[in-house]
Design a protein around this ligand. Sequence first.
Ligand code: HEC
Length: 152
Amino acid sequence: MNYRKWVAGVLLACSAVSLAAAQSRSSADQYLPRLGDIMNLIQVRHAKLSFAGQARNWDLASYELAQLRQSLTDAAIFYSGLPVDNVTTLGHSIQSISDAIAAKDGKRFAAAVTELTSGCNACHASMDRGYIAIRIPTDKPFGNQDFRPHGR
Ligand code: HEC
């Protein structure tokens, strides 16, 4: 099996649907987003994920986590220069967040998102981009989105 596909498989381990989507998309898409642009999406999703969890909006947290995982998978598939170890480490944190969401456990969620955030920075540091320092957000990213739980 292709190594990068294996990494993507780790990231998508608990979401067979997304894996199918990633495979069809990677062959069909003509437009290749820049890595920095994918990272900006990941940053937004990291922030929204944090706020959704803090508000105990587990449906939204679950959705944002899936979005983040998808963007990370895109980065791993399209940019083969990314260090594989750093990507798989994030896969572990993503699984922990997913477990915390399933358990509706705010403390575990916060710890797992902190672990994820360290993983972001570990990769940035290893790629001479230590100046891109990610942290748990304090200010809500979008004033036009209500992060409190709502009906489905
Ligand atoms: C496997 C390595 C790797 C991981 C993991 C990683 N990044 Fe990045 N990130 C990069 C690289 C490389 C760049 C620089 C891209 C470029 O040169 O445009 C970057 C750039 C960024 C930028 C700057 C984008 C901009 O245009 O201002 C942000 C923000 C960012 N990453 C957020 C994150 C977040 C949040 C996470 C964790 C959820 C994360 N990254 C995980 C490698 C990684």
